[in-house]
Ligand binder design. Structure first.
Ligand SMILES: [Zn+2]
Length: 94
């Protein structure tokens, strides 16, 4: 388990995506239908997909900045951030 006590940087995320071959990262499910929302890393910028239309009218994947991915980690308490970071790394195929 990687110990993460500092804020996660965009560079760390980009490196992890490459190093661990992370393509899809599943996050907590929709509060209504429980389908997990996902972030995909298949090109230049990450893509957000709610995978359902309970709360948004659009079901199309939307581009997200790398900074916004870092924010997801850095808005957490250190313990949860570390847990999420290790889940993120485990989402990769390497
Ligand atoms: Zn839903």
């Amino acid at each position: 388990m990687e110990n993460v006590t500092e804020n996660i940087t965009v560079e760390q995320i980009k490196d992890a995506v490459k190093e661990h071959d992370i393509r899809v990262w599943k996050l907590r499910g929709c509060s209504i239908c429980l389908i997990p929302l996902t972030y995909s890393f298949n090109g230049d910028d990450p893509t957000y997909d709610s995978n359902c239309d309970c709360v948004s009218y659009s079901t199309e994947p939307e581009p997200r900045s790398w900074e916004s991915i870092a924010e997801i980690f850095n808005m957490q308490t250190p313990a949860i951030r570390m847990y999420m970071w290790n889940e993120f790394l485990a989402a990769g195929s390497k």
